[in-house]
Design a protein. Structure first.
Length: 256
């Protein structure tokens, strides 16, 4: 199964960092939050990624082109250009980087990468949020529910799309939230290829019409995640995550 990561937004609320780099490249410790998200998936056996690029996508491309040499000790033969890496413990990832347009909305980005999904179920998440979610449990839950889509439902402060839950089904999806006790969209989706039919074009916002229609059709299941989940929307969010990482208390660090 592949994991699709939305990494093309402007990140305007984090302009202190995103004036220089795209939001998924804002660092927590030595590495960008995008790397942290990929490590979560990799720990749960998913090593094939499709990354939807947009704003400053070239920075993300450069990161992956240089990633092996940045993280490893190596010997280079200047004459031939041959490189011998001494670190044998690098991540065995396959990463497909697709420019989905600077102005494309979240749904449009997913629609654009359809040719790379092999007409199979796939994971989808945002390039700015970390969690200690058990991805394999989400996938197993998705298959049990036999619906087109599963969203990971979390209970943070209210500024995200609200989910009205009926058992394990999402009864309705609302982009805004008034009830602070409501479950909200935490990303970490599992989707069937049929979900792409709910996306019209580049202007489609995944969190609006597609999720609302899937919920109305009783095709959107909710996996309740009771553990840690945190998006990085502001500089204070970045500092909070950085502090956890530096102190060795990062709950999302599920890998060894």
């Amino acid at each position: 199964m592949k994991a699709v990561i939305l990494a093309g937004g402007l990140g305007s609320r984090l302009s202190e960092e995103t004036d220089r780099v795209p939001k998924p490249m804002v660092r927590i410790g030595r590495m960008p939050i995008l790397w942290h998200i990929m490590k979560i998936y990799s720990h749960h056996g998913i090593n094939d990624f499709v990354i939807c690029l947009g704003y400053k996508g070239e920075v993300i491309k450069q990161f992956f082109l240089e990633m092996r040499s940045t993280l490893s000790d190596f010997t280079i033969d200047i004459g031939s250009g041959a490189i011998s890496y001494h670190d044998k413990s690098h991540d065995d990832w396959r990463v497909t980087l697709i420019d989905t347009g600077d102005a494309t909305m979240t749904g449009g980005r997913v629609k654009r990468i359809a040719p790379y999904l092999d007409n199979e179920a796939f994971c989808l998440t945002y390039g700015d949020g970390v969690a200690d979610v058990d991805v394999q449990k989400v996938i197993a839950f998705h298959h049990e529910q036999k619906r087109l889509a599963t969203v990971t439902a979390v209970e943070p402060p209210g500024r995200f799309g609200a989910l009205e839950l009926t058992g394990d089904r999402v009864g309705s999806f609302s982009e805004k939230i008034d009830n602070k006790n409501a479950y909200v969209n935490g990303g970490f989706f599992v989707l069937e290829p049929g979900c792409l039919d709910y996306i019209t074009n580049d202007a489609t916002v995944w969190e609006q019409e597609p999720l609302e229609r899937l919920a109305a059709a009783e095709q959107l299941a909710a996996y309740r995640h009771k553990g840690f989940w945190k998006p990085m929307d502001t500089i204070n969010d970045k500092r909070f995550l950085e502090d956890l990482w530096v102190k060795g208390n990062a709950p999302w660090k599920v890998w060894p």
